[in-house]
Design a protein around this ligand. Structure first.
Ligand code: SAH
Length: 264
């Protein structure tokens, strides 16, 4: 079960934390450097930062963008770093009718919206695996959602005032992933029609969930809504990513990693 290329040493097994883009990690690597020091291992053209933050041993890395990049990176977290579980943090386009910029979505299930081997297999089904929806780990997703709820209760109003966004809300449900930045009314409406339950669209989560399912590693995905996947998406995405995403990520991850103790 454990890896032939295990670059970590000793117990306990670390948590893998990944994002696609550096802004989506906030100050996590600096916080880890301050708390425990960081050992950086380069593997498959990615830097894996090993250390402890908020009391949790972690391996933190950037997947870059898209399903292949995400699958390759999470495979390395599993095989080279023997992570116990995986958490993905990042931004996404809002798809659900009441999902607004600044809201947070925690995945219950994930699906690849651009996977279509029909008529050989049903649309969205991963051929030969017989599945289209991949579940996040319930306990991990509950803990992540609790951290998000705490963040919203404690800092949501201040965030909204600071950034000029709506007061954030936390949603839980289906996140869909594909190798496209969805940025048109036509594109997002097509998703709504095909997948009426979809809350958010992004480019990595379902690939991570599939790999984690295949290796039996618990995973959870949290996404802050940077845009609504329509014609305004490019501008909204860029400003949210550069100005806001890190604040959300820091606030959510700090509460998640510090554990459920302060809940309520
Ligand atoms: N490298 C570019 C492009 C990023 S693509 C850049 O840095 O500007 C957008 C990223 O944000 C992906 O990782 C994806 O998961 C997420 N994302 C945010 N809004 C999205 C949308 N409307 N459609 C698809 N992915 C979106």
């Amino acid at each position: 079960m454990s890896a032939s290329l295990n670059l970590t040493s000793g117990a306990p097994r670390p948590l893998g934390i990944l994002a696609a883009l550096p802004q989506e990690l906030g100050d996590l690597i600096e916080a880890m450097r301050a708390a425990s020091g960081v050992r950086t291992v380069t593997h498959g053209q990615r830097d894996y930062h090993v250390g402890t933050v908020h009391g949790t041993p972690c391996v933190v890395t950037l997947a870059r963008v898209g399903k292949v990049a995400a699958a390759a990176t999470v495979s390395a977290l599993i095989h080279a770093f023997d992570v116990e579980a995986v958490v993905f943090t990042g931004v996404a386009g809002g798809v659900g009718s009441d999902v607004r910029v600044g809201d947070v979505v925690v995945a219950s299930t994930l699906l690849q919206h651009d996977l279509d081997a029909s008529p050989l297999f049903p649309r969205f089904e991963v051929p030969l695996l017989g599945m289209s929806h991949f579940a996040a780990d319930t306990a991990l997703a509950n803990r992540l959602a609790a951290a998000c709820e705490r963040f919203v209760a404690e800092e949501g109003a201040a965030c909204a005032a600071r950034f000029g966004t709506h007061e954030p809300r936390v949603h839980r449900g289906l996140i869909v992933s594909g190798d496209q930045f969805v940025a048109s009314a036509t594109g997002v409406n097509a998703l709504r029609t095909a997948l009426p339950d979809a809350l958010a669209v992004e480019m990595e989560g379902a690939a991570i969930a599939q790999v984690c399912y295949e290796y039996g590693v618990p995973c959870a995905v949290v996404r802050t809504i940077s845009d609504t996947a329509d014609d305004h998406a490019p501008a909204s995405f860029v400003s949210f990513l550069t100005e806001i995403a890190g604040t959300y990520s820091n606030a959510i991850l700090a509460r998640f990693l510090a554990g459920p103790a302060a809940a309520g």
